[in-house]
Design a binder for this molecule. Sequence first.
Ligand SMILES: Nc1ncnc2c1ncn2[C@@H]1O[C@H](COP(=O)(O)OP(=O)(O)O)[C@@H](O)[C@H]1O
Ligand SMILES: [Mg+2]
Length: 350
Amino acid sequence: MWMSSWTSARQLRAKGIIGMNRRNIHYIGRYNDRRLYPLVDDKLKTKLLAKQYGITTPDLIGTVTTQFSVRHIRQMIDSHQGFVIKPAKGAGGKGILVIERSAQGVYIKPSGAHLELKDVERHVSNILSGLYSLGGSPDVALVETLIRFDERLAAYTYEGVPDIRVIVFRGYPVMAMMRLSTAASDGKANLHQGAVGVGLDIASGTAIRGVQFDRTRHDHPDTGQELASLRIDGWRDLLLLAVGCYEMTGLGYLGVDIALDRDQGPMLLELNARPGLAIQMANGEGLRPRLDLVEREPDNVSSERRVDFAQKHFARRSELAAAQSTGDATGPTDRGRQDARPAAYPGIRR
Ligand SMILES: Nc1ncnc2c1ncn2[C@@H]1O[C@H](COP(=O)(O)OP(=O)(O)O)[C@@H](O)[C@H]1O
Ligand SMILES: [Mg+2]
């Protein structure tokens, strides 16, 4: 076991796959000033900052900071059909309560489960006591408007808003993937829990490859929707929003999470100063060559130019489309073989 992952480390490097060590030392260590972390480790701070920079995020309905004020939650959510409550310092989807609609004191989750006011209050109280925050330290509960995702994406996801992760290096969008929630992932777009990761072409926003539980996939496991036709409308606007987070935070190596609202377009969900490496699996490509290329670019390039550069240099053909359109002998057989092979690269953690 150890031997095989040891021997493959060299092969991984050859493919340009970066591991935790290189990410931590070369990119996070060099390009992310630790003093800036609080801006992204607290979703409330991120949201307020985004507002200053004209970056769209779900509107803040309110915050709850003390157990005494938990009972004020009712007034806050009263005038909102749908809303989301989350811990300011949460991660990995933990402690996020999504309410899609409510009527007569009943709050309905995307799964259809019903909650009462006292359940919502208990959830807020749990957030405050630190149940979902790192190290169990006390936290703040944030209440924000519900993102209503684009109907055109409905077939690609199961009970949850899909999100798009863009790795932004020195202000350049270097790699992107979409995370589709599945029954296995409990309506959350979290790869550990079984969400499907779909690599997206930086040039066009179309799907190039899909991965679930470290294996390649060509369709959504629950809805059966094939992934080859997945395409994000308004892709360039999404990239511009993502790269604007570089100016907004000053962080050189950043994971930007974006969701698409059907009316308002791309919205910043959250930022991550230590983004995971699984995006390489979803793309079937290592980050290294792209990061090397961007590292040679000068400073002070405008956001439009940075997006132009990325769209020009990081364009990719879809593996999904290739597998579907090749009707000859190599098509289906090749595809079958590919599906049987683990897509995981040892040593990469999400
Ligand atoms: N305002 C919102 N409307 C709808 N769904 C949301 C909203 N905020 C979060 N979610 C869902 O919860 C997931 C995790 O939210 P996020 O803010 O990224 O927290 P975490 O740090 O735990 O990943 C998102 O990918 C999305 O599926
Ligand atoms: Mg997230």
